[in-house]
Ligand binder design. Structure first.
Ligand code: NAD
Length: 268
């Protein structure tokens, strides 16, 4: 990380923090002094992320929380509030990918993706907002995706959920602004995480897929989870005090480019 932020004395809740972007963000917020709550359905990896942070001198605790269940979310945030007295940053990051077109996606599969990727974010953001509102301060972050704008036929339910994150984020940003609470989305892609590696395996040649996904980006590579964490810390910090209702790309320039087939000059 090149910019230093100070979150000393702040409480940060991150969902999907047992792995990938969430784990990197938990580590970065803890390194910046925050009391970090690692929320995830994966207790083994979640406990390990929290233990790593603590062994490095940071403050972190794991709570098992399935974001699709409001009772789970209420319980987890209740523990955080009882222990720390408030929530300064809630990062609604938990999510799963989806590789099937609309025609072969079963209704129950559709509901599951929407449940985790969109409704789960709503449940956590809603309760975090309710906890932040009386204190008139706080930051809520979402992990959206460029797939909310430009996608592929196979990413049907995922694209729909991530487009929904944009609408949820903007509506909450408007509701929260008069209460001094900022709300923004990060749009990462493609980031080297276990989820991305699992998706690469589907192609039959994972290393080739990762190389191709990097090569199509103007910066010539895929991103690191720590590079998304850097953006999360910036958005949660006072350096972003006038930023709300925004979606920030961290995608190596991919969304800036027109599809290659539209080029009007022959490549050199
Ligand atoms: N990796 C990328 O390139 C990329 C790109 C765009 C968006 N994203 C988004 O970033 C977020 C994190 O993805 P990642 O790549 O780090 O994936 P990851 O699989 O490494 O981590 C996701 C975490 O979410 C947890 N999770 C899944 N369902 C849950 C539930 N119901 N309740 C609580 N936790 C749950 C998993 O156990 C896992 O620890 C997701 O929302 C994903 O859609 C990732």
């Amino acid at each position: 990380m090149t910019i230093t932020h100070d979150f000393t004395g702040q409480t940060v809740v991150i969902t999907g923090a047992a792995s990938g972007i969430g784990a990197a963000s938990a580590t970065a917020f803890a390194a910046a002094g925050a009391s970090v709550w690692v929320l995830d359905v994966d207790a083994g990896r979640g406990e390990a992320v929290a233990a790593d942070i603590v062994s490095g001198g940071g403050r972190a605790r794991f709570l098992r929380c399935d974001v699709t269940g409001d009772a789970d979310v209420e319980h987890a945030l209740g523990v955080v509030l009882a222990e720390d007295g408030g929530i300064d940053v809630a990062y609604c990051n938990a999510g799963i990918g989806w590789i099937k077109p609309v025609s072969t996606t079963e209704p129950d599969e559709w509901r599951r993706v929407l449940d985790i990727d969109l409704t789960g974010a709503f449940l956590v953001a809603r309760r975090a907002f309710l906890a932040m509102r009386p204190r008139r301060s706080g930051v809520i972050l979402f992990t959206g995706s460029p797939h909310g704008y430009r996608t592929m036929a196979e990413t049907s339910a995922y694209a729909a959920a991530k487009a929904g994150i944009g609408g949820l984020m903007r509506a909450l940003a408007l509701e929260a602004a008069p209460h001094g609470i900022r709300v923004n989305s990060l749009l990462p892609g493609a980031i080297d995480t276990p989820a991305l590696r699992a998706e690469a395996e589907l192609s039959g040649d994972a290393e080739d897929a990762v190389r191709r996904w990097g090569a199509v980006r103007p910066l010539g590579r895929i991103g690191r989870a720590e590079e998304v964490a850097d953006l999360a810390l910036f958005l949660a910090s006072p350096a972003a005090s006038f930023i709300t209702g925004a979606e920030l790309l961290v995608d190596g320039g991919a969304m800036a480019a027109q599809p290659a087939g539209l080029a009007t000059v022959a490549p050199k």
